[in-house]
Design a protein around this ligand. Structure first.
Ligand SMILES: [Zn+2]
Length: 436
């Protein structure tokens, strides 16, 4: 078992809490003294950094929302002078203003260190050849893994997204051992390999997949591990977690035990909050993930409301790491959630049900519409190639969806390769309802 920083990663929980208290005080002081937005927000809540006496006192601090980043775009959340900034990343800004995050040289190094931590936890080393198929550019995936893999000492091939056949040829020619990409792209790669007559077990050397940037199920993991030949080469597919507001990828990562994402507690403080009451949920309960940056230099965020739904486990992992874990990863986004006839439906739950049926392929989508006064939900899913499906399959899926989600859905089985494919994040929900 390799560590980036064994002392920190395996620190006894009580010592980690003490360390977190020290870091919490220091970051609260930093934003209070250096950032006008936070000084005003602290004053509105009637709190000063010195009022933090225990880690639980974090609940006295204000939340930071995505809207605050938009309203203060582009420079308003900086806590360092402009001359120390060396990079900006921007969100895509699908609606209205984008959001911007800043990095100092120290931030770039911390970020790379966290990727090294993730890579070592999954069993990667300087001997690996890393094909980085995350997008390079304003999105943090590509550059994050690039700097991290170089810091690890591995050989990096910056392929970025697209050009799938070429990617597969490169994998073969350079004996690539590590692939980084989204789960939907991993599946698309495997499907393309099959069409090209390439057998990943025999013809390729892929051992480790760093798969993330969108939620995926355990069943999808097994398929990716199998389809890309990762298990056959002694490795696996490992989830990782991040968002540009915290650093980029590197906020959390899975170890080889695959018992959930470790959220690195020496860099981030994890809270799981009830979206209604804004109070912490009980142990083992579902809520919205809220993170505080301890080590971000340019632009630390206090209690950042991420909107991802998760469940935290504070028990140490069998690998020896003591930081909090998300055993089920990300269950969905609070804003991905669709309410169908009053029931909360997460795309990840629909996928979980679909993956139980071996006759089905990976491509699927759900369409929400309104017929008269009633919502309707239709799940469209492709059958696998060379698989016969009987007339009863759609009905069995329908019953399983009803049993698991408590929602009635029409199920349509489509022919292979008829639903849209995505090289980035897959779009699973099509909401055709018109709300007044
Ligand atoms: Zn572990």
């Amino acid at each position: 078992m390799a560590f980036e920083n064994e002392k920190m990663e395996t620190m006894p929980v009580n010592e980690l809490r003490e360390y977190q208290l020290k870091m919490m005080k220091s970051v609260a002081k930093k934003v209070y003294e250096n950032n006008a937005f936070y000084r005003r927000r602290f004053k509105e809540e009637g709190i000063k950094p010195d009022d933090i006496k225990t880690v639980e006192d974090i609940s006295k601090l204000p939340f930071t929302y995505k809207k605050d980043l938009r309203d203060n775009y582009p420079y308003g959340l900086l806590s360092v002078p402009m001359e120390s900034i060396v990079r900006w990343h921007l969100s895509s800004g699908t609606t209205g203003k984008p959001t911007a995050v800043a990095y100092t040289r120290k931030d770039i190094d911390t970020w790379a260190t966290l990727i090294v931590r993730a890579m070592k936890a999954a069993g990667a080393s300087a001997d690996d050849v890393v094909q980085n198929a995350y997008g390079y550019g304003l999105f943090t995936g590509g550059l994050g893994f690039h700097y991290g893999a170089e810091k690890l000492g591995a050989k990096v091939i910056p392929v970025s997204t697209g050009n799938t056949q070429r990617q597969i040829e490169i994998m073969k020619d350079f004996e690539v051992t590590v692939i980084t990409c989204t789960p939907s792209y991993a599946v698309f790669l495997a499907e393309t390999m099959e069409k090209m007559g390439i057998d990943p077990e025999k013809d390729l050397n892929l051992r480790i997949g760093f798969i993330g940037a969108e939620p995926w199920s355990k069943k999808t993991r097994e398929r990716i591990e199998d389809m890309l030949g990762l298990r056959a080469h002694g490795g696996g597919a490992y989830d990782h977690y991040g968002l540009s507001e915290m650093c980029g990828p590197g906020v959390g990562a899975e170890c080889t035990a695959q018992e959930g994402l470790h959220i690195w507690g020496d860099h981030f403080y994890l809270e799981v909050i009830d979206p209604e009451t804004k109070e912490p949920v009980g142990e083992g309960e579902k809520g919205v993930m809220v993170l505080t940056n301890f080590t971000k230099d340019a632009m630390p965020l206090i209690r950042y409301w991420i909107g991802d739904i998760t469940i935290a486990d504070f028990e140490p992992c069998s690998c020896g790491r003591t930081h909090p874990r998300l055993p089920q990863g990300i269950l969905g986004r609070a804003d991905d959630m669709v309410v169908v006839r009053g029931i909360n439906v997460f795309p990840s739950q629909v996928e979980f049900v679909l993956m139980k049926f071996p006759e089905l392929g990976e491509a699927w989508q759900m369409i929400v519409d309104r017929k008269g006064a009633l919502d309707s939900l239709t799940v469209e899913v492709e059958r696998k190639e060379n698989v016969r499906v009987d007339d009863g399959l759609a009905n069995r899926i329908k019953n399983e969806l009803k049993a698991y989600l408590n929602v009635k859905a029409d199920v349509v089985i489509r022919e292979p390769n008829t639903l849209p494919r995505y090289e980035g994040k897959a779009k699973r929900v099509i909401d055709r309802r018109e709300f007044e």
